[in-house]
Design a protein around this ligand. Sequence first.
Ligand SMILES: [Mn+2]
Length: 427
Amino acid sequence: MISDVRDSFLPSSFFLNNRSRLLERLPEIALAVVFAGKAVSMSEDSEYRFFANRNFYYLTGIEQEESVLVMYKNKNSVRTVLFVQPEDELKERWNGKRIRMAVARDRSGIRDVYYLPAMDDFLQPFLSDDALPVALEENLKHGPGKAFEKAILSLHKEREIISIGPVLARLRMVKEACEVDMIRKAIALTDEAIREMAAFIRPDVTELTLYSSFDFALARRGCLVPAFPSIIAAGKNALYLHHMNPTGKAMAGELIQIDVGGRVAGLCADISRVFPAGGSFSERQKTLYAAVRACQNTAFSVIRPGCYLADLNNEVRNTAKETLESMGVLPVDQPAEADVTSYYWHNVSHHMGHDVHDLCIREAAFEPGMVLTVEPGIYIPEWGIGFRIEDMVLVTEGGCEILSQSIPREWNEICDLTACQEEESRC
Ligand SMILES: [Mn+2]
């Protein structure tokens, strides 16, 4: 069993390399400022658990609220400085210990770490140069980067602002080996948690039982921030793709869609499976299962370097059309593409990484090192059933590797995970 994923860290060399690659893509002389952000207010003096801006994390490895990365380059040199909240006995007594400078240095590989009150004085000489371009994530509408942009433009409205969002998206699309290792760990974590959750599946199981057992399985392995809020949808709730409120339950004969993912060192997993509440699939359910699996197999065979998201979607939609015709859901002589979309509601893939729907440039061709989901879904409201099956793949030189191979995927393997198979006489 995975013990505590909080012991898994990306090496500081990874963050150092990310900063270098960003700097290479900036003009010869520029200042870059990237903010961790602040915890989101829940109500009154309560806040949601802090979760750093992913671009900031990608460049520093630091999860501490209000931290700021500043990088300056000119023709001869580069200066990289990290600002963190100062030690504060009273605030820390109430809100918990802040990151210490030594830890911040160690995680980020940045030697120059200072306390935040020093930041304004540090920036002043740079900002007094009106000709210095400033690189910001000005695409983040409400973040501190936006407020900073406003402040510096109010000082000098002609200043050139460089948007680093697209640059970071391009970098983040291709994963380093250490990121792929962490994605593999996130999948292994998700695998263990799915098995523990599935052991509760029997007729009349509630969505809440499965939801809480999955989150418990993650949390006791050190994952307190899953990749996204778990989707557990029993029966017809599966026809709401992002069913977030686990109030339903599944009777014998009904299916349960799960769409879940753990996170390790910031990197996400995203896995979907469908379980029969009674421990076995009906013939009709098996037919749909085979259709969705056929769509997945098309995707697995199509994904390779040089392929585009649009090509992949078209190929898989064709397989969905053929299977819907062979099931008698769509008439064979119907040429209209539109009818497929009545049953085929969403695209098959998204990039995966530090965000579950990772930053990407949709028009970019696949390259080795990219990580994608393969999640075709077919939903037939007339039958009252519909589901997706979701795995994760790594684009390789020759095609793709299924990263989530260890998680049971075929319908007979799925049944074996449920409580019903352990207590066959009761179901
Ligand atoms: Mn997904």
